[in-house]
Design a protein around this ligand. Structure first.
Ligand SMILES: Cc1cc2nc3c(=O)[nH]c(=O)nc-3n(C[C@H](O)[C@H](O)[C@H](O)COP(=O)(O)OP(=O)(O)OC[C@H]3O[C@@H](n4cnc5c(N)ncnc54)[C@H](O)[C@@H]3O)c2cc1C
Length: 391
């Protein structure tokens, strides 16, 4: 067992850190200003420019299989990259990747959807949630009825990330009601649906800086060849998509919290009350200490969850633990850091309030806190996982 990064991994981490510091952090004021004026965080030209630089840095397709032109660095390395990227709120992702479930497409689908997504020519989104089926994913009602060589989709999806911008959606719909009513997990199918097949999207305003969308399907006709995976077996694809995102939340929380903790330390040393820096006060020191402890704990949970996945082992239990703890840690740290900054922390002059709003989402999407607790306890109570099984 070796609990340190290799020289090669360290090099990747340091290079990303440099990219974030030199290319992204200088844009923070511009992003705040744009968002507060209701404009996109960054202009299209700026995003293009950044992507070009990312390519020059050699980090395009960081986690894409080599056969698709990527670097395939593995999930643990991706977690380390995300921790670095999340030290800034400037929205940026190294492109050249696609949703995990798109790799299940057949050759034709890979040509039409996977490759253009990897190349950045097409944008995707994934739609499971409906107005009456969020945590309770088994309750989805969107229907797909076969008519000749096509399926006709009707229903509404909601809270779909990227739904307003996407060129196509991977939507889960009921294809065999009887089977679905009986099992809850079978009789649903994942369809790849191009926007020009007729679905409409509507932006949902949230307390965050980017909004998901509602998608309306009104007799949208989808050809049979657009079924992703197997007919009636789309539920597992849905769970796989959601499962991937779980530890990602933990990694994002670690990056944000490290940056915020450093801000709190700097401010505490500088800000004086009653003739002494607030850093001299035990109340402040304990907030700093508790935050540091929790960040380290979350970091190791994320690394363990991703390391396990890289070994080809089932990491779902660990991913739920990393998500639950990471999301809550992020919320506690941003709250303490705001407190340490006093009134200034509450202003829009500093970005803390922005992170505060963003972090709140982590406890809701990709499975709420309560759902993660249900999963973790169910695994233990049913004996799927044994106490102390992993190390
Ligand atoms: C910004 C944003 C982006 C999103 N992006 C996507 C996306 O791209 N694709 C997608 O498909 N979905 C997406 N979602 C949906 C998200 O996954 C759901 O909002 C989430 O799963 C919760 O479902 P819900 O909102 O219906 O809450 P509900 O399921 O109605 O839950 C309400 C409350 O009850 C609790 N609760 C529910 N059931 C139980 C139980 N059995 N025991 C105890 N407590 C319970 C919940 O934890 C929660 O606190 C997104 C949501 C948001 C806000």
């Amino acid at each position: 067992m070796h609990l340190r990064l290799t020289e090669e991994q360290k090099l990747v981490q340091q290079t990303i850190r440099k990219f974030v510091k030199e290319e992204l952090m200088p844009l923070e004021n511009e992003v705040l200003k744009n968002e507060r004026e209701g404009k996109p965080s960054l202009s299209k030209e700026k995003v293009q420019e950044l992507r070009q630089k990312a390519k020059e840095f050699g980090f395009w397709g960081i986690n894409t299989p080599e056969e698709y032109g990527g670097a395939n660095l593995g999930q643990m390395m991706l977690a380390i990259v995300l921790m670095e990227l999340s030290k800034t709120f400037v929205p940026f992702s190294f492109g050249g990747s696609a949703d995990n479930i798109l790799y299940y497409g057949n050759e034709e689908q890979k040509k039409k959807y996977l490759l253009p997504t990897i190349n950045g020519e097409k944008k995707s989104c994934f739609a499971m949630t409906e107005p009456n089926a969020g945590s309770d994913t088994r309750n989805i009602k969107m229907t797909a009825v076969k008519d000749g060589e096509e399926w006709v989709l009707n229903g509404e999806k909601t809270f779909i990330t990227g739904g307003n911008e996407a060129d196509f959606v991977m939507a889960i719909a009921v294809t065999d009601k009887e089977l679905h009513d009986k099992t809850g997990t079978q009789g649903v199918t994942c369809f790849i649906v191009d926007r020009d097949m007729g679905w409409k999207s509507e932006y949902i305003d949230t307390m965050g800086e980017w909004g998901p969308a509602s998608l309306i399907f009104d007799n949208v006709r989808v050809p049979e060849e657009n079924i992703l995976g197997e007919l009636h077996k789309g539920y597992n694809l849905g769970l796989e998509w959601i499962g991937f995102a779980r530890w990602v939340v933990g990694a994002q929380a670690v990056g944000m919290a490290e940056r915020l903790l450093q801000m709190a330390i700097d401010y505490a040393k500088e800000r004086e009350t009653f003739g002494r820096p607030i850093a001299d006060r035990q109340a402040i020191q304990w907030m700093i200490a508790d935050s540091a402890v929790e960040i380290e704990a979350a970091k190791w949970l994320v690394l363990n969850a991703t390391f396990t996945l890289d070994q080809g082992e089932d990491n779902r239990h660990l991913a739920s633990i990393a998500k639950l703890y990471g999301a809550n840690m992020g919320n506690r740290v941003v709250d303490r850091v705001l407190q340490i900054h006093g009134g200034m922390g509450y202003t829009r002059e500093l970005p803390i309030e922005r992170w505060y709003r963003e972090a709140r989402l982590w406890r809701i999407y990709d499975g709420t806190d309560e759902i993660q607790r249900m999963i973790i306890s169910r695994n233990l109570l049913k004996g799927h996982v044994k106490v102390g099984q992993f190390i």
